[in-house]
Design a protein around this ligand. Structure first.
Ligand SMILES: Nc1ncnc2c1ncn2[C@@H]1O[C@H](COP(=O)(O)OP(=O)(O)OP(=O)(O)O)[C@@H](O)[C@H]1O
Ligand SMILES: [Mg+2]
Length: 503
């Protein structure tokens, strides 16, 4: 039976969904049909409306107008609880587990098997059933461990196990892959295929096109809150999907860079930090982009924090512009001209409840303030410039950052550091969660910075990005630099070999 056989009642139909926020039409008459046993991708640029559509389906946001049908029956999804009862589960990117409870307790939260006395939980039974679910999903983890002792990937598996144990008919995954390593991704995909074979419909949001091709049956593309079209994935190629998403041809993802490399800007000499970094030495020169590859947990972010003064080293030395420096705080790093564009925009990069304008100019305030007063004219000009340069989608520079889509929040983090005019910038996963069109813009920006003599250390788990952007690639493994590859000799295989501990 073909998936879009017209005689089959769809698992889900969303019809003519509209949703506005102040100043933004997030969704305008969007239709979405999803069948049992399909993995349905939703694609679109940052701010296209993907998460909003899914929030409506999960009961977290209310639509203004439209209709939702589950297996042909009209439903009112007026709360997350209602959606769960109707068989719709959501795997959030910001994981939604109780950190100190065990995996088993999280899976059965609110539905714990009763013990022989009223009000007591039958733990033996709960662990047995949790193990059964985890096993049936083909996952390996100890259900008796508190989830804060599990890796992010394992925590995600626990969320999926919870969804599976609730007899979900539809599972929504909004960018689940952004925080996972290649290896963990493989287990997630196996798990998704298993759920699909059991007839569950999965709605999958990701900015990684290869995942859409490798995993999904159909794809719905949104642009600026409008439905562009829905296709069988097998009908499309990469260029076609990109064209549907950005509405134009995008031939060269990673632009050429022609920059002559100058003197060392930053030198790290035998830096160690207990349990995290072992004897790290590296040099980054003016105009150079050094890529830093490795698996999650290899110590790359840890190294970035030490250079930025957010963590302290136990031994070793850092030289900046030829002088030995003691960076004991981020403030000191910023004063020297060192910036860190972080991957974790919530925890480190952004102040969410304040405006886009204030966030952009935050790290740069000492440059635009005179005698302790912020010159609002200068602040506005700077903010305007970057909103335009990075095509940040916001109704105005006064919008609260919290209300921007995920990818646009990431662009605000970038803008914030670009306007500090640093001499050395660390980019930690700079394009995670960023759409294809904006990725190309960010690469162009990095090239412009390199052209101005900025030295760049780019941490990334995206191998095509590492290969395309780096003059030189360092690979970290278990807190050490496992190897160095020149641009001309580097391949995905060589990087993965070093990253997984090969010699
Ligand atoms: N609570 C809110 N208040 C105001 N505007 C909002 C709110 N939530 C979303 N928006 C706006 O609605 C639009 C769609 O956002 P949404 O988060 O759905 O995009 P997205 O397609 O998921 O993007 P991304 O790929 O960046 O995650 C954006 O312009 C966003 O700024
Ligand atoms: Mg989103």
């Amino acid at each position: 039976m073909a998936i879009s056989d017209t005689n089959v009642v769809p698992a889900l139909e969303m019809r003519q969904i509209c949703k506005s926020f102040p100043g933004v039409r997030a969704l305008d008459k969007v239709d979405l049909t999803v069948y049992k046993g399909e993995i349905h991708a939703i694609c679109g640029e940052n701010g296209a409306g993907k998460s909003t559509l899914m929030k409506i389906l999960s009961g977290a946001e209310q639509m203004d107008t439209g209709e939702i049908l589950l297996e042909g029956q009209k439903v009112h999804l007026d709360s997350p609880i209602r959606a769960i009862h109707l068989g719709i589960s959501t795997i959030y990117q910001e994981l939604n587990l109780a950190p100190y409870l065990t995996a088993a307790e999280n899976i059965f939260l609110g539905r714990e098997p009763a013990g022989s006395l009223p009000g007591f939980v039958n733990f033996t039974e709960m662990y047995r059933r949790a193990e059964q679910i985890i096993d049936s999903l083909g996952v390996h983890l100890d259900v008796r461990l508190p989830v804060n002792r599990l890796s992010i990937a394992q925590q995600q598996m626990v969320e999926i196990a919870r969804a599976a144990s609730r007899d979900s008919k539809i599972i929504i995954m909004d960018e689940p892959s952004a925080t996972l390593t290649e290896h963990e991704l493989a287990s997630l995909f196996t798990l998704m295929r298993k759920l699909k074979s059991e007839g569950i419909a999965i709605i999958y949001i990701s900015h990684r096109l290869e995942e859409i091709f490798g995993l999904c049956d159909r794809v719905t593309v949104l642009r600026d809150g409008l439905l562009v079209s829905t296709h069988n994935v097998s009908e499309l190629d990469r260029q076609q999907i990109i064209r549907l998403m950005v509405g134009r041809e995008l031939n060269q993802m990673i632009p050429e860079r022609n920059v002559s490399i100058g003197d060392p800007v930053l030198k790290v000499d035998k830096v160690s930090r207990k349990g995290k970094l072992k004897n790290i030495s590296l040099t980054v020169r003016a105009g150079e982009v050094v890529g830093m590859a490795g698996l999650v947990g290899a110590g790359r972010t840890e190294l970035a924090k030490v250079i930025f003064g957010a963590d302290l080293m136990d031994s070793g030395e850092i030289q900046f512009m030829g002088k030995s420096v003691h960076i004991d705080s981020p403030k000191k790093a910023i004063e020297l001209g060192i910036g860190l564009v972080t991957e974790d925009r919530k925890a480190e990069g952004l102040v969410l409840p304040i405006s886009v304008r204030e966030n952009i100019t935050l790290a740069h305030l000492h440059k635009i303030s005179k005698g302790g007063f912020i010159q609002s004219g200068a602040e506005r000009t700077t903010a305007e410039h970057y909103i335009k340069d990075l095509s940040i989608k916001t109704p105005s520079m006064n919008q609260i950052v919290q209300n921007l889509s995920g990818g646009n929040q990431q662009k605000v983090v970038l803008a914030k550091w670009l306007c500090t005019q640093s001499k050395f910038l660390i980019f930690d996963e700079p394009t995670r969660g960023i759409d294809v069109g904006a990725k190309a813009e960010i690469y162009n920006l990095m090239n412009t910075l390199a052209g101005q003599g900025v030295a760049i250390l780019m941490i990334s788990s995206d191998l095509p990005e590492i290969l395309g952007m780096s003059d030189r690639i360092l690979v970290m493994h278990e807190g050490r630099i496992a190897g160095e590859l020149m641009k001309t000799e580097a391949t995905q295989e060589k990087i993965m070999h070093l990253a997984t501990g090969g010699q």
